[in-house]
Design a protein around this ligand. Structure first.
Ligand SMILES: [Mg+2]
Length: 233
């Protein structure tokens, strides 16, 4: 790898590099489209049923499909486990924000090394990674996913592994959104931690009671481009 200023910037994925609700919308669209095509059902209606479900989107959709089946006599093979698999493993349609694209381009041009530490399933997270075109900015060997690591961010394993894989780095940064789990271990391991503030579209709240002060990020920013100011110090 090229000169990296001795600095490695590691990003969280969900609700940091893209909005998780966009993945959910993409999954609903895929599920509804597959069913609509096979059974001549209404896509928009099924998306609305999942989106407005009182408790669980797939319980509500299964109920709708059962009613349709009872009324029409058409047997529907797709059940809730099928919906869950489609949700997890579909190839999502996601767009990298233009400001993010510009910031990542700048970081690469400035010679920073970039990585990802994310909690989730390997297939799901890599599908998101490629859908966003992140392979243009990140080396895949520095994308650490909890399922592959065998430990989520409540444990130090992924952060320690990132350090071990990059012995030439003197300063590590972690950029995330969720103070319940994103900053504790990087703080304890001497990293610089940065919270990207919720723009109102995140899944997890940021104003929460934290058990101890080391759960807090050292910096918080409203725009990803604000990161550049933190990195040059
Ligand atoms: Mg997150």
């Amino acid at each position: 790898m090229s000169d990296c200023n001795g600095k490695l910037v590691v990003f969280d994925l969900d609700d940091t590099l893209y909005k998780e609700r966009d993945f959910v919308a993409s999954a609903y669209n895929t599920i509804a489209s597959l069913l609509a095509e096979k059974y001549n059902l209404n896509v928009v209606e099924m998306i609305e049923i999942m989106t407005n479900a009182p408790i669980n989107p797939f319980d509500s959709l299964a109920e709708y499909l059962k009613q349709y089946s009872d009324n029409s006599g058409v047997a529907i093979a797709e059940d809730i486990p099928w919906m869950i698999d489609a949700y997890r493993f579909h190839k999502p349609t996601l767009m990298l924000d233009e400001e993010f694209r510009a910031t990542l381009t700048q970081l690469v041009a400035d010679g920073f090394r970039l990585g990802v530490i994310t909690d989730g399933r390997t297939v799901s997270q890599m599908n998101k990674f490629y859908a966003l075109g992140l392979d243009a900015y990140f080396d895949c060997s520095l994308v650490l996913i909890s399922e592959a690591i065998g430990a989520d961010k409540s444990q130090p394993d992924a952060f320690r592994r990132m350090m071990k894989q990059n012995p030439d780095i003197s300063q590590f940064y972690y950029v995330g959104d969720n103070p319940a789990k994103d900053f504790l271990w990087p703080n304890r391991l001497g990293w610089t931690t940065v919270q990207l503030n919720d723009d109102g579209r995140n899944v997890h709240p940021q104003s929460i009671e934290l058990p101890t002060d080391d759960y807090r990020p050292q910096f918080s920013i409203n725009n990803l481009s604000d990161l550049l100011g933190i990195l040059i110090h």
